[in-house]
Design a protein around this ligand. Structure first.
Ligand SMILES: [Zn+2]
Length: 124
């Protein structure tokens, strides 16, 4: 047999005979678990940044963060100070992992969500 063998460009993992080079569920599934895929580095960077932010903000779960945001908005503090904290809270909410949040959403799914308010958010 001279069948073409499709392999992962990052780790050399061989896909089953006949796997199409694009658009296959086998490919997209493997990309999520390949340890050498660049996405793993991005994910671990996000996890590290998130852990640092959790340490600064002092809250991790979605419920805690929502309460903290509501509280923050009512504080008699300068808007610029509140915006800094609320942006951090939004960043944490946007990067919730399924383990932390009840809602199943990943880093990159949530990064594409409308809560890009991270940078654009302003108190009015
Ligand atoms: Zn791979």
């Amino acid at each position: 047999m001279y069948g073409r063998i499709l392999t992962c460009v990052y780790c050399g993992h061989e896909y089953p005979q006949g796997t199409p080079a694009a658009g296959s569920e086998v490919l997209t599934k493997y990309i999520k678990v390949c340890e050498r895929h660049p996405m793993r580095k991005a994910e671990s960077d996000i996890a590290m940044l998130r852990a640092a932010l959790v340490g600064l903000i002092g809250a991790d779960t979605e419920a805690e963060l929502r309460v903290m945001e509501a509280t923050m908005r009512m504080l008699p503090a300068p808007d610029a100070d509140k915006a800094v904290s609320i942006n951090a809270i939004h960043a944490l909410l946007a990067t919730m992992t399924p383990n932390v949040s009840a809602q199943p959403r990943g880093f990159f799914a949530s990064a594409a969500a409308p809560c890009c308010a991270l940078i654009r958010w302003h108190l009015s």
